[in-house]
Design a protein around this ligand. Structure first.
Ligand SMILES: O=C(O)C(=O)[C@@H](O)CO
Ligand SMILES: [Mg+2]
Length: 276
């Protein structure tokens, strides 16, 4: 079974943000992630993390003004100065809290607009250099446009192409199973082919974005595949509980002991002669 990180933006909303750390630890989580810690001093967040005995898996760099519709700044040419300040703030928080990974959101921009593409490339290069100097990993995440209309980075192959241009081992893909299924499907084959580039994984049922096991995918099978592929990072539980957070945690036990498709010798998708 993978190591799971509770996403404190979506889970444990029964509590105020700073109280969600202890709630996650009490519910058996080893680690946490969340979108943004910036409403609180980094030292206060770090103290809550430590007091709960948790590891930090990941959080996002500041996205601009979320309440006004910003969803990252990287692809916005006219916001490049603000973007660079956001990168430095993210790295400062990363140092104090002790996260190994920062997610750089792309922003709302036309993916076919040359100036947006240029801005994104420059931004990724800048963030890659800065995080590299700071010893922090950097991830980029394709996000589906049903949840985030107009989001610039909405294609997994395109994300891999941007990563190939940067070609730095600390800059990797955030593979959110929920977005992958909505954008392209073929989750297990994509995990297999992209695993060498994956820095972080997140999970939620599709289409409801609720507890794994409540949607159209066999999430226990997918978790088995993640294990079989040798992934040792955290899998972020980025879902909205259908009811109480703790009441809905039974899905974790259902993931235990499930053999992967590759271990059982099935599921290659091959239709070659001789395989039947
Ligand atoms: O929406 C997601 O999926 C995320 O992982 C967030 O970090 C971005 O909003
Ligand atoms: Mg995600």
């Amino acid at each position: 079974m993978p190591r799971f990180a509770a996403n404190l933006t979506m889970m444990f909303n029964e509590y105020a943000f700073l109280d969600r750390f202890q709630a996650a630890a009490d519910a058996g989580f080893e680690a946490v992630e969340y979108l943004f810690p910036y409403d609180h001093p980094a030292e206060v967040v770090a103290a809550r993390l430590q007091a709960a005995g948790l590891k930090q898996a990941l959080f996002n760099m500041p996205p601009g003004d979320w309440s006004k519709g910003d969803r990252g700044l990287a692809a916005l040419p006219h916001r490049s100065k603000e973007f660079r300040t956001a990168v430095d703030l993210g790295i400062r928080y990363a140092g104090v809290i002790g996260t190994p990974l920062l997610h750089m959101m792309a922003g709302i921009a036309d993916a076919s607009d040359a100036s947006a593409v240029r801005s994104y490339r420059d931004a990724l290069r800048f963030a890659a250099d800065r995080t590299g100097e700071a010893g922090v990993g950097l991830v980029i995440e394709p996000i589906n446009r049903r949840d985030m209309p107009g989001y610039f980075l909405n294609d997994f192959d395109r994300a891999l192409a941007f990563l190939a241009e940067i070609d730095q081992p600390h800059v990797r893909l955030q593979f959110d199973i929920y977005h992958r299924q909505i954008l392209h499907g073929d989750v297990i084959m994509a995990l297999r082919s992209m695993m060498a580039h994956i820095g972080h994984i997140q999970i939620a049922a599709v289409p409801g974005r609720n507890e794994p096991g409540t949607g159209e995918l066999d999430d226990a099978q997918i978790c088995a595949e993640i294990d079989a592929l040798g992934y040792t990072g955290f899998v972020g539980c980025e879902y909205r509980p259908q009811g109480g957070t703790v009441d809905g945690l039974g899905w974790r036990a259902a993931c235990q002991g499930v053999p992967s498709l590759s271990a059982s010798g099935t599921g290659t998708g091959s239709d070659k002669a001789g395989t039947r």
